[in-house]
Ligand binder design. Structure first.
Ligand code: AMP
Ligand code: TRP
Length: 346
């Protein structure tokens, strides 16, 4: 079998407030992966406009996400940090994949159903095709590993289906292009690990923490100050029982499970360890400690983010440099894909 270099790809939408779910579910692990892998981290602005975005706000959000990436520890020298719309190859490959993916596959996507709501007829075509563009993002670089939160699992399965169908449909052409084993695309692997792959709302332990929740008390934003973080944790919904001493005791206690998971992720430890320390404690005690760990982790990231946002031109330079490096990787792969499909290129 042809040897594929491991390559990490992930992305985040520049839409509104970044929250603790984004940070713990995605960014912390992205930072970790830089040590061992070649990584591309994208700000997926083309995905953002599948729902309406005010242009001025979108521009600001793109810079905010770039600043959050860097403030969290993504290193623009080591990793490629860029925004999707600056690398036209994403849109080109997405079109080819639109012709590989089947309507029936997209019909099963739960995120479309959630986002389109009751008025499916009025949703944008882009919202429907969203997972196809996501597959293009990853496969344009023949990405092999994709660190994401739990909510992206179904989209990753679709990306694998697209890769596989392309490899099958174009098998002869792929072999003729020099890939004796017929495997042009790798099947990208989702990396969904750690204690915080699904950070839940602070108001309802059965709903995920989300940018779009109307209640600001439901999430900890990366831009919240010390008081806001402490207040939100203090008001977080809990049950009346003290904390259990073992993980099994968190079953059917979604709010307790969530807070323990958040603590574990913030403190770089496991739920088991956290319960070893706090088993038997009341929530009032645990919440104070949790607020401290959260502030200690979020405040420096926020401060660095604000500092970076003071120089938007520098952020734009970093993004332009990232886009240029991304294009250099993408173009030869896209040229091969176009040849395989049968397009003539001068
Ligand atoms: P989004 O903000 O939807 O573009 O998501 C960016 C990344 O954050 C993706 O990898 C998501 O899976 C992850 N993410 C978003 N919300 C959460 C959450 N509540 N818990 C864990 N990960 C999340
Ligand atoms: N759909 C992802 C989200 O909302 C963002 C995304 C777009 C992405 N393209 C990607 C994530 C490619 C991983 C790989 O979280």
């Amino acid at each position: 079998m042809m040897k594929l270099t491991p390559r990490v790809f992930s992305g985040m939408q520049p839409t509104g407030n970044l929250h603790l779910g984004n940070y713990l579910g995605a960014m912390v692990r992205w930072v970790e992966m830089q040590k061992s892998h070649e990584c591309l981290y994208c700000i997926v602005d083309m995905h953002a406009i599948t729902l309406w975005q005010e242009p001025a706000e979108l521009r600001q959000s793109i810079r905010e996400v770039a600043a959050a990436y860097i403030a969290s520890g993504l290193d623009p020298k080591r990793s490629i940090i860029f925004n999707q719309s600056q690398v036209a190859q994403h849109a080109e490959l997405a079109w080819i994949f639109n012709c590989v993916a089947r309507l029936g596959w997209l019909d099963r996507m739960t995120q479309f159903k959630e986002k389109a709501g009751k008025e499916k007829e009025r949703a944008s075509v882009g919202l429907y095709a969203y997972p196809v563009l996501m597959a293009a993002d990853i496969l344009l670089y023949r990405g092999t590993h994709v660190p994401v939160g739990e909510d992206q699992k179904q989209h990753l399965e679709l990306a694998r289906d697209i890769a596989q169908k392309f490899n099958n449909d174009y098998r002869d052409s792929i072999v003729a292009s020099g890939y004796a084993d017929g495997l042009f695309f790798p099947l990208p692997e989702p990396l969904i690990q750690g204690p915080a792959t699904r950070v839940m709302s602070l108001r309802d332990g059965t709903k995920k923490m989300s940018k779009s929740d109307p209640s600001d008390l439901s999430r900890i934003n990366m831009s919240d100050d010390t008081d806001a973080i402490a207040r939100k944790i203090q008001k977080a919904k809990t049950d009346p029982e003290p904390l259990p001493s073992e993980e099994a005791g968190l079953e059917r206690r979604p709010e307790a499970d969530n807070l323990v998971g958040i603590y574990a992720a913030l403190a770089d430890t496991t739920k088991e360890e956290v319960l070893g320390q706090f088993g038997g404690s009341q929530f009032s005690v645990f919440k104070k400690e949790l607020a401290e760990v959260a502030v200690a982790r979020v405040a420096p990231v926020n401060a660095e983010m604000q500092r970076l946002l003071g120089d938007p031109a520098e952020i734009d330079r970093i993004l332009a440099n990232g886009a240029s490096r991304a294009r250099t990787l993408a173009q030869p792969i896209l040229t091969e894909i176009k040849n395989i499909v049968g397009f003539i290129q001068s």
